[in-house]
Design a binder for this molecule. Structure first.
Ligand code: UDX
Length: 482
């Protein structure tokens, strides 16, 4: 199949590379000529595992790059729209980029084309696409419109695409159905997985990728509802964590108990500073607006958003309680990205918390394995010190904060950290450690949904710390030889 993918961001570039991996002839299009030129030179603009391998494997062979929508449409049978749908001031999805691309596609349609929306859009967008294409001069009968939402997570986008829990196609005619079935056939028949050169992923539970065929409206609703449900699951467990913390229960054990119910499942029950990223915040808000437009007050979603915003405020309060006063304190912060395994800082809870701490006169030394370049632009605050590793960040600080769930932050040399910190305090916003791991290393450990861990030799402050009284933490002389 000859495929055009319009928009080369996270979704578009990964989709284009994976379509080529499935054996299709692909043209990846972007209006950013510099980005297209960089892609043609072999540069990889986003941090995604396996993406460099796929681009190297297919660039110049099955995968080409272009800045011309018209050229790509003319050469393709299937045209995927993967442009951004950012949040507008009113909270609804801004579909102006989708509409602009539709205008360009319409003027280039000659012969039968299938236009497939893969961007996350409100329900009934395919209807609007059809109207716009006709209004812009596309001949009736010369095209079909379908929905094929993606469920990629940043950091695992390639394996999410090639090893999906399900493929959803929203089609309103037989042509659309047959074209999309052909495109995904290597996955739905399982032939890709037996090809010998497949990208490895040995946790896949399916021999053939499941495919759900529905109409366009239902497919659009599946996407918004999926993201809203996942965000709700995170806010729910954070609310339970706040109760757990106040009664001295252990949220990690509570989650084990909840998640062992097969109807709930253990995934997405990680309590912490809440969700961020370029999807959940905007998609939950957009879905709320869609509901309003359908005259339905989706109050549950307003609570999901409120709890999520509140988690950041609660964490800053936790830092203040742990240190008594914040002004003039120096804090080490591990994590800038909105989650582990990505360099993306969009809507990052870590960045939001750092901004709040800076407003309170805190000095910060920050480290992130991949997101420092993006964070420099987002923070644009000269007082932020960018460290070379977690230990460089910790040197001389009054406390160490963990804000992003990078795997490397879960296996730090805790005794080395203790020797570097001015105060032996770790405040973990992602619950990466068991409490006794920290206390046995001589560190006071604050986390989410659990009681504060106090090392034996500091037990005298346990009662005050437990009830959150604000006491100066005794200055610890770095232990020698630990
Ligand atoms: C999400 C959806 O998972 C994906 O299906 C959709 O296509 C795009 O949006 P993404 O935003 O890339 O993917 O990352 P995800 O792994 O879902 O994490 C989103 C946020 O939730 C991150 O900030 C993460 O730290 C947070 N999170 C995730 C939690 O706080 N707790 C959890 O248990 C899981």
């Amino acid at each position: 199949m000859r495929i055009a993918v319009i928009g080369s961001g996270y979704v578009g570039l990964v989709s284009a590379a994976c379509f080529a991996e499935l054996g299709h002839e692909v043209i990846s299009v972007d209006n950013d000529r510099a980005k297209i030129a960089a892609l043609q030179r072999g540069e990889v603009p986003i941090h995604e595992r396996f993406l460099p391998e796929l681009l190297t494997r297919h660039r110049g062979r099955l995968l080409h790059f272009s800045a011309s929508v018209a050229e790509a449409v003319d050469k393709s049978e299937a045209i995927f729209i993967t442009v951004g749908t950012p949040q507008s001031e009113t909270g609804e999805a801004d579909l102006s980029f989708v509409e602009a691309v539709a205008h360009e596609i319409a003027s280039a349609i000659h012969g039968s084309k299938l236009i497939i929306d893969k961007s996350t859009v409100p329900v009934r967008t395919c209807e609007s696409l059809r109207k716009t294409l006709l209004l812009t001069g596309a001949q009736p009968g010369s095209f079909s419109v379908a929905s094929n939402p993606e469920f990629l997570r940043e950091g695992t986008a390639v394996t999410d695409f090639l090893y999906p829990d399900r493929i959803v196609i929203g089609v309103d005619d037989d042509l659309s159905a047959s074209v999309l079935h052909e495109i995904y056939q290597p996955l739905t028949t399982g032939s890709y997985y037996n090809s010998g050169s497949a990208i490895p992923f040995n946790e896949y539970v399916h021999r053939r990728a499941p495919i759900i065929v529905t109409n366009a409206k239902s497919a659009e609703l599946i996407k918004h509802a999926s993201n809203a449900f996942l965000a709700m699951k995170i806010s729910f467990i954070n609310a339970v964590a706040n109760i757990s913390e106040s009664v001295g229960a252990d949220i990690e054990q509570v989650c084990a108990g909840i998640g062992s119910d097969s109807r709930i499942g253990p995934k997405f029950l990680n309590a912490g500073i809440g969700y961020g990223g370029s999807c959940f915040p905007k998609d939950v808000q957009a879905f709320y607006v869609v509901a309003n437009q359908c005259n339905y007050e989706f109050g549950l979603l307003t609570e999901v958003m409120r709890i999520n915003a509140d988690q950041r405020r609660r964490f800053v309060k936790k830092v203040r309680n742990a240190l008594w006063t914040l002004r003039g304190k120096q804090l080490a912060v591990l994590g800038l990205a909105f989650k582990g395994d990505t360099d993306d800082v969009r809507e990052s809870p870590a960045i939001a918390i750092i901004r709040d701490l800076l407003k309170e006169g805190v000095r910060v030394r920050v480290y992130d394995p991949a997101a420092i370049p993006n964070a420099r632009a987002a923070l644009s605050n000269s007082s932020v010190v960018y460290a070379s590793d977690p230990y460089d960040a910790a040197a001389g600080c009054n406390a160490l904060l963990i804000l992003t769930e990078w795997k490397e932050f879960a296996s730090l040399d805790l005794r080395r950290l203790r020797s570097l910190l001015k105060y032996p305090i770790v405040i973990d916003g992602r619950n990466l450690y068991q409490t006794d791991q920290m206390t046995s290393a001589g560190l006071i450990y604050h986390s989410v949904g659990r009681s504060v861990g106090i090392p034996e030799h500091l037990s005298s402050i346990a009662d005050q710390t437990e009830v959150g009284l604000q006491l100066p933490v005794p200055v610890m002389r770095p232990a020698v030889g630990l």
